[in-house]
Design a protein around this ligand. Structure first.
Ligand code: ADP
Ligand code: MG
Length: 298
């Protein structure tokens, strides 16, 4: 009995939330590290960070799969100038396999377009959930890192994806609204999902000092009001006209201007991520993220 059929049988006879973690993770299999890139406020650079980090991690020898989990403004394909034919909804209804849905960039980064397919996770039938679970299982052997490009804000979809990830990178800028919204997101994640650990990436700054002051503001608030939460400073990305130009050219700054300040900063952050051990952001020990998403939905 292969793993997928084992899973199918278990799901048939039991509730999804009681599938044993070892069945899903596989005792001898390597499990991809799932990193969500999220924010309170929109337009702070999530999609650009995901796309560029993916290229930088790929260059470090990591096999990367991007899942575009932004239901409202799914657009990771734009900066790679790709037009995926299929998305998650084709996978959910069983029309296509994960490999058919996936598109691959010239760097070798794989992208799974989510879009509206993720909009109604709570309304999936048992069979549709099973389609998702069994198809996503095939990712286990082909990815070292799965990057989730989430939507902004505290909608339930954003929270599901963040809670399912092993690590949660929160992006904020110097704008006060972006800082308060980042705090609100971490507060909800910690209160509703027990997430205790976040990494902060400060984007669009003029100096490291500015980035550190954003970190200090958030870290102080967390220290006072969210006692169990730890916020780590991951790094900062400078404000860079080259990145904006890259977007206008439907490109990533890593391709368009690899020596630009933002591309250099992204490479450094990729190295930091690649070198850091996995640190689970929540208590759950179930390794595979689609299972965790479906658990969160239930
Ligand atoms: N480091 C940066 N320097 C300059 N502009 C940036 C930077 N990061 C993001 N931007 C600008 O912000 C816009 C929105 O970025 P995007 O990655 O689409 O944000 P999100 O996915 O969070 O909505 C980009 O198109 C770009 O013009
Ligand atoms: Mg985006």
């Amino acid at each position: 009995m292969d793993q997928a059929s084992g899973l199918r049988n278990i799901v048939k006879t039991d509730s999804l939330s009681r599938v044993s973690p070892s069945v899903l993770a596989g005792s001898s299999r390597r499990v991809p590290r799932v990193i969500s890139v999220t924010s309170g406020k929109g337009g702070v650079g999530k999609t650009n960070m995901v796309g560029n980090l993916a290229i930088a991690l790929n260059a470090l020898g990591k096999r990367v799969v991007i899942v575009d989990a932004d239901v409202g403004l799914a657009n990771i394909d734009i900066i790679f100038n790709l037009r995926p034919k299929y998305n998650i909804s084709h996978l959910i209804n069983g029309e296509r396999t994960l490999h058919e849905v996936m598109v691959t960039t010239k760097h070798g980064v794989h992208i799974i377009a989510g879009g509206s397919g993720f909009a109604n996770l709570t309304q999936l039938t048992h069979g549709e959930k099973l389609n998702l679970l069994t198809e996503f299982e095939t990712l286990e052997n082909m990815a070292d890192i799965i990057l989730l490009d989430t939507g902004a804000g505290i909608s339930s979809n954003v929270l599901y994806f963040n809670s399912a990830a092993d690590e949660c990178i929160v992006i904020a800028t110097r704008e006060p609204t972006s800082i308060t919204d980042a705090y609100a997101l971490m507060k909800v994640m910690s209160q509703e999902y027990g997430t205790k650990y976040f990494k902060l990436l400060v984007n669009v700054v003029d100096s490291k000092k500015d980035a550190k002051s954003v970190y200090a503001t958030l870290d102080n608030a967390i220290g006072r009001f969210l006692k169990n939460v730890v916020l780590e400073y991951l790094g900062n990305i400078p404000s860079d006209p080259k990145l904006q130009k890259a977007v206008l050219h439907r490109s990533t700054v890593m391709d368009y201007a690899p020596d630009s300040p933002s591309a250099m900063a992204i490479k450094e952050i990729a190295r930091k991520i690649a070198d850091s051990p996995i640190r689970a952001s929540s208590d759950g020990n179930i390794k595979f993220f689609m299972k965790r998403i479906l658990d969160a939905v239930n």
